[in-house]
Write a protein that binds this ligand. Structure first.
Ligand SMILES: [Zn+2]
Length: 410
């Protein structure tokens, strides 16, 4: 008899209660665990879901039939008894991840299970237009299809965009740093590649990746803030799921108000976190230009370690930016009561040079309760973050309803 899983109470009951619906939901639960953990034994699946062994066996057999997982004998073990077979997501089930930025378009192939199989960064002289992005992606994907061979199954494309993306149709309503407004990027790529395409804000894609594979694993309420070339983005994940808001725009923490005497922001307001906490002045003080931003942290740590101490201008800038970042974090902590706040990009660097100063400033100013329990940390996935996050957008329909995806021919 089919059972409903006990352990995964976070999954919303999306379907009716007939047996077929229960089975499809259980398939999604089992594939989800396999996708998140990479390798998982039948015994672990039984424990994690609360389903009995024969039900798990039938679900795994169906996922094998659907071409989504392989079942392998585990490597030899010293323990007595017959070891439980290991279920592994198939890496020839792939998603294409796309991330247009102001100076490059990055395209990655990601296997089911979240491993980045290959990644191409195509540098552009200026911010790429939507048509340029489509042409660059089409050329890259043609090459990747050749590399993978005929057996590979492309489930779809995920696009992580540094801007505001409408969740319902993947239209970029505004990406100020790319100069895009009302661009139907998902539709354009779908027409070119003949694959389903999902687009989302880059930090929203990033928070889901950190929550499933990075420093945010297991955190029930996760906020991610990233400082990059295009300002400050943010995302919220609750129980591993992206919190989108009503239409997909939630998490724009870069436009949190932090300074009543602040500079005008491109959003039309002034004193936004994004105008007060910027990477460029820090790079300039350390004698680095934009192309050397990856050296920022090393240069800053070396500067702070000088025997004569840091330059007064550098110390003042860190103090000022750290102070404004703490104000934004206080607002976030008070409003959302997250368990964990992860900082990425140059915000991770600001945190790294003085972690106690930043977390202390937030704890002292936030309300008791929300401020007491919150933890701070750095994003873990680094260069692969957006590739993994964008791929998760593309894998979502498969993960939600594995049986709804056509099995491979033959
Ligand atoms: Zn703003």
């Amino acid at each position: 008899m089919a059972q409903t899983p006990a352990a995964d109470s976070s999954r919303p009951a999306r379907r009716g209660n007939n047996l077929d619906d229960v089975r499809r939901n259980n398939l999604a639960v089992v594939l989800g665990i396999s996708h998140a953990r990479g390798r998982v034994s039948r015994a672990e699946l039984t424990r994690a879901t609360g389903l009995n062994r024969s039900t798990i066996g039938a679900l795994v057999a169906e996922l094998v039939e659907l071409g989504l997982v392989d079942e392998a004998e585990p490597s030899a073990t010293k323990l007595a008894g017959r070891p439980s077979p290991v279920i592994v997501p198939r890496e020839d089930v792939v998603a294409i991840a796309v991330n247009p930025e102001i100076d490059a378009v990055t395209i990655a192939l990601v296997g089911l299970g979240g491993r980045v199989l290959s990644r191409i960064r195509h540098d552009t002289a200026t911010a790429p237009s939507p048509d340029e992005v489509v042409a660059i992606v089409a050329a890259a994907v043609a090459g990747m299809r050749g590399e993978l061979g005929a057996s590979a199954r492309f489930v779809g494309v995920g696009v992580a965009v540094p801007g505001l993306v409408r969740a319902s149709d993947g239209v970029v309503i505004l990406a100020p740093h790319l100069g895009w407004r009302d661009v139907p990027i998902a539709e354009m790529l779908a027409a070119e590649l003949q694959l389903p395409v999902t687009a989302a804000n880059d930090a929203s894609a990033g928070v889901v990746a950190e929550s499933q594979y990075g420093a945010g694993r297991g955190a029930r309420g996760l906020v991610y803030l990233n400082g990059g070339a295009s300002g400050i983005g943010g995302g919220i994940a609750l129980d591993g799921q992206l919190f989108e808001g009503a239409a997909g725009y939630a998490g724009e923490f870069g436009h949190t108000f932090v300074n009543s005497a602040g500079s005008p922001c491109h959003c039309g307001a002034s004193g936004c976190l994004e105008t007060e906490v910027r990477r460029a002045p820090l790079l300039a003080l350390l004698g680095l230009d934009n192309t050397r931003s990856e050296e920022l942290e090393e240069a800053l740590l070396a500067h702070l370690a000088r025997p004569e101490g840091p330059d007064a201008a550098v110390a003042a800038l860190l103090e000022r930016q750290g102070g404004f970042l703490a104000i934004a974090l206080r607002n976030i902590v008070n409003a959302l009561n997250p368990e964990l706040v992860l900082l990425g990009g140059f915000l991770g660097t600001l945190y790294a040079v003085a972690p106690e100063r930043l977390s202390g400033a937030v704890s002292r100013s936030a309300l008791p309760g929300a401020g007491d329990g919150v933890r701070f940390g750095r994003a873990e996935l680094g260069n692969e973050l957006l590739a993994v996050g964008a791929a998760l957008l593309a894998f979502k329909p498969v993960l939600e309803d594995p049986a709804g995806v056509a099995a491979p021919a033959g």
